[in-house]
Design a protein. Structure first.
Length: 255
């Protein structure tokens, strides 16, 4: 099942794309539809679940969509959509796999999806073979300990003893199993999450990364969100957004 994000501020263009997708393939799901640069930045800053493809309109209501990449790091393949051909060179600076002029035809879309399948097959079949990595070797970059600062001194804390990480005033902090707070030696939560064991840690939202072993309970909030209670004190509620509830349940139930 192809998981797709559409970034487009014109509803007729969204409907045309959906119609063409239905013509070409029925094996897809729309994870979300975003309409502006600002909304897209917020979504990608809080969303960790994997997606397979982004259809990205270049002209959005609050500016060119290239501005999104100034604030967030997106590694998902992108299909740029536009009524203009003058941005083709700009799109090559990012991980675009195609550049489609509106209105998008099902023939062009069919070619784009075939290109995506070929790329996925190529890298899936060849990347691990090239590196010849065992599962143990692939995880050697993951952190087992976190360096923290306490006054003018530094110390090391086992990641399994970290209840949660959070960001405040552009600094990263952690709270350990005893509820003690430390400043973590980390640039931001996005980079930190790449170095943590995914079976243990989850990016709850833009502000928090939580450890599954310290989740006391969780419950529905406003019918579409999830509120998580930890076994150590937290200064505010930790809320899983509507967009992340599905991935959170998969993580906590299947890992």
């Amino acid at each position: 099942m192809l998981r797709i994000v559409i970034i487009e501020d014109e509803q007729p263009a969204v409907e045309n794309l959906l119609n063409e997708l239905n013509t070409v393939t029925g094996e897809y799901t729309i994870v979300t539809t975003l309409q502006s640069v600002e909304e897209s930045i917020r979504w990608f800053n809080t969303r960790e679940a994997e997606i397979d493809l982004i259809f990205l309109d270049i002209h959005l209501s609050d500016g060119l969509s290239f501005n999104i990449f100034k604030s967030v790091n997106i590694t998902t393949p992108i299909v740029f959509t536009t009524a203009y051909d003058k941005y083709l060179l700009n799109s090559l600076e990012y991980n675009g796999i195609d550049y489609l002029l509106k209105p998008i035809s099902h023939e062009k879309l069919k070619h784009t999806l075939a290109k995506l399948r070929n790329l996925k097959t190529h890298f899936t079949n060849n990347y691990l073979q090239l590196l010849n990595l065992s599962s143990t070797e692939k995880n050697t970059f993951l952190k087992d300990r976190i360096t923290v600062r306490k006054g003018i001194e530094f110390q090391s804390i086992r990641t399994e003893d970290v209840a949660f990480f959070y960001t405040e005033h552009k600094l990263v902090f952690l709270v350990d199993k005893d509820g003690k707070k430390f400043m973590a030696h980390a640039t931001n939560l996005t980079d930190l999450m790449l170095q943590l064991h995914k079976r243990m840690f989850y990016r709850a939202n833009r502000k928090y990364i939580i450890n599954i072993n310290f989740i006391k309970k969780y419950k529905p909030l406003d019918r579409v969100k999830i509120e998580v209670d930890l076994s150590v004190p937290v200064s505010e509620s930790i809320v899983i957004s509507q967009e992340n509830t599905s991935s959170f349940k998969d993580w906590i139930e299947n890992l």
